[in-house]
Design a protein around this ligand. Structure first.
Ligand code: FEO
Length: 163
């Protein structure tokens, strides 16, 4: 099932967003490394790998429908946050932006009756529910532990998700 130019461009943009998420989380990993918080750093190290897998998943889908893959430029990312809470708030916002982008592409797929793309994208609608919930859970644990602190017990339970 051939891709329209519009759908192909949107899917390629999503590869860039997923790689951008990986890069953003690499920056967050670095922030936590420099703060001396290895558990959080490990969380972002592992999540970076997950984002690269998402990018590869979109790449594979484009290939499967005989499309052309483009790797667009990535912007620089921050390694500086004022607190763990701020870093996780930024991560949750990032996930919400990714969710919105997937919804937009799904709307194009529906409009163009590209059923294969629709099925593929719906798996990512579900994935994004998990992603947002994961970051929200860590954020809630941090909030309960206080602005600057960590909640080691709750966090270690949540962070197991990433191992
Ligand atoms: Fe691939 Fe966290 O969205």
């Amino acid at each position: 099932m051939e891709l329209s130019k519009r759908l192909e461009e949107a899917l390629n943009k999503q590869i860039n967003l997923e790689l951008g998420a990986a890069y953003t989380y690499k920056g967050m990993e670095q922030y936590f490394r420099e703060e001396g918080l290895p558990q959080y750093a490990h969380f972002f190290e592992e999540h970076t790998k997950e984002e690269i897998e998402h990018a590869e998943d979109f790449r594979n889908f484009i290939e499967d429908v005989d499309g052309h893959v483009v790797y667009l430029p990535l912007e620089g990312v921050s390694t500086e946050y004022s607190s763990p809470k701020e870093a996780f708030e930024a991560a949750l916002d990032h996930e919400k932006m990714i969710s919105a982008s997937i919804r937009d592409i799904l709307e194009i797929a529906i409009e163009e009756k590209h059923y294969a793309a629709e099925n593929f994208l719906r798996t990512y609608i579900d994935e994004q529910v998990e992603e947002e919930n994961l970051f929200r859970s860590v954020l809630d644990a941090i909030k309960h532990a206080g602005e600057k602190g960590a909640a080691p017990f709750t966090l270690s339970q949540i962070l197991k998700h990433e191992d």
